[in-house]
Design a protein around this ligand. Structure first.
Ligand code: ADP
Ligand code: MG
Length: 463
């Protein structure tokens, strides 16, 4: 076999292994529904943790006052303040700042991470202007969005189960993250109380509900991925507490850890997982989310270079470095519409130092991006169908058209258009005529921060 033919056979095999025909996606959705039931039935009953969030009321629109939020969970963290206007007043004012997390802190100690975060928070509070008002004698209150799996013990406490994405800070595992943050806030000499601890999905759900009454679930597609939705408290066998007055409980699915024999996995996924910080875990996340898509593409290109001399006689050194090809660069290549695929050429050159590449080679690179992104987007859609099935709303009866809105956020969904387009089309394909119109995906830009502030307001110590 010649070089080109060998490269084509690697491409063909990738395409076959990543295939997601409708039937397979329905199997994935059914498996998701089954695991949701199992995770709700008993603690440890499923790979889906189906965590109880202690959020049994979503924002009503009556929330009032100045509240802060801190969103920690990926490459950046955000701090924001919102002045809420109370009944029909909406959001009167909001300000935020975004700071990147030094990568050394992601692998350091709990104190180092929380001190850094609290210091940035203190700086931001010090810049509070006259547009924001905390009533005299009152403590400032904060909603803490923390996008890692936490076993909550109340609305404002919970122990870290494990790290995901690029984080690994051993001494924080098992600790109450609110206590850790509170101690760090005190070390800064800042007077502030953490009133709500929320996962980013829960924040997005709350923020989404504030602007649209029909929001029933939230999905994050960013560095990682996760989903939360409103469950009936009676449908949670593992919940032994009092039934909330509302009858509802928001569930943080932690769907990134979903796994099923129906998932289309490749040799690239197996090695990526084996060499990751958390082998065997977060398998769904590792095939659909932003941290990993570019890395899967790199692994495919690397195999083409090694086994088919795809980029010339030697394997480009840069191509051997894990995570050099980031998902934003992958999406820039995938979106390249120029006749000669100049963006692809430039990325190959600047990131991988591959300067000599023909148009044919560039086309193959785009096709690899397409295959990997398509699999991810279609599987994400199948996950959403799983939630709709659990809630029994995947088949709307004729005449009864009720809107069901999914609040969606995350950099991957927001910026990777081919991905989000594919996700939306796939969901339509899966739902079929009729129900596809009643299910709406709503982009909720930074809903998670606002949502955390809203939940801090509804759980304020002054209510
Ligand atoms: P986080 O998930 O870390 O809280 P975001 O929701 O902002 O943060 O998502 C950031 C992630 O989104 C990045 O890690 C990256 O994977 C993805 N992303 C950002 N920009 C783009 C882009 N232009 N194209 C594709 N993916 C992107
Ligand atoms: Mg986030």
């Amino acid at each position: 076999l010649g070089r080109w033919a060998r490269a084509m056979s690697i491409l063909k095999e990738l395409e076959d292994k990543c295939a997601t025909p409708t039937g397979k996606l329905k199997q994935v959705a059914n498996a998701m529904t089954v695991e949701m039931h199992a995770g709700l039935a008993s603690e440890g009953g499923s790979k889906l943790k189906m965590l109880i969030t202690y959020v049994d009321n979503l924002p009503t629109g009556n929330e009032e006052g100045l509240f802060y939020a801190l969103d920690l969970g990926g490459t950046n963290f955000r701090v924001l303040r919102v002045q809420l206007g109370g009944k029909d007043g909406g959001i009167v004012n909001q300000e935020f700042t975004e700071v990147s997390i030094p990568s050394t802190l992601m692998l350091g100690t709990s104190d180092a991470l929380f001190d850094y975060v609290a210091a940035e928070l203190a700086k931001f509070v010090a810049q509070e202007g006259p547009d924001f008002q905390v009533p005299p004698g009152r403590q400032r209150e904060l909603g803490f969005t923390f996008s890692f799996p936490v076993m909550q013990t109340s609305i404002a406490s919970g122990n870290l189960i494990k790290w995901t994405k690029g984080f690994s800070i051993d001494d924080a595992v098992g600790q109450d993250v609110v206590a850790e943050l509170t101690k760090a806030i005190e070390r800064q000499g800042l007077d502030m109380r953490v009133s709500a601890l929320v996962n980013d999905t829960v924040g997005t759900l709350a923020g989404g509900r504030y602007t649209d009454k029909d929001v029933i679930a939230a999905v994050i597609l960013g560095t990682g991925t996760n989903a939360a939705y409103v469950e009936r408290a009676q449908a949670i066998p593992k919940w032994h507490g009092l039934l909330p007055k509302s009858g509802d409980m928001v569930i943080n699915m932690e769907w990134g850890n979903f796994r099923s024999s129906h998932l289309p996995l490749t040799e690239y996924d197996f090695t990526l997982d084996a060499e990751s910080l958390n082998p065997g875990e977060q398998i769904f996340e590792k095939i659909i989310s932003g941290m990993y898509l570019g890395e899967i593409v790199r692994r495919v290109l690397c195999k083409m270079a090694e086994e088919a001399s795809f980029f010339g006689d030697t394997v480009p050194e840069k191509l051997k470095i894990p995570f050099v090809l980031r998902t934003p660069d992958m999406s820039a290549m995938h979106h390249d519409t120029s006749a000669y695929l100049n963006v692809v050429g430039n990325k190959l050159k600047s990131i991988l130092e591959i300067s000599d590449n023909s148009l044919e080679v560039r086309r193959v690179v785009v096709e690899v991006c397409n295959i990997v992104a398509t699999r991810g987007a279609r599987l994400a859609a199948a996950g959403i169908l799983g939630i709709l099935k659990k809630l029994g709303i995947e088949n709307s009866r004729d005449g009864e058209i009720r809107r069901n809105v999914i609040a969606m956020d995350g950099g991957l969904y927001e910026h990777y258009n081919e991905y989000s387009k594919c996700l939306e089309n796939t969901l339509k394909e899966l739902l079929g005529e009729g129900s596809s119109e009643s299910v709406v995906i709503q982009h909720s830009n930074d809903g998670s921060g606002i949502g955390a502030a809203l939940l801090a307001a509804s759980h304020s110590q002054y209510l």
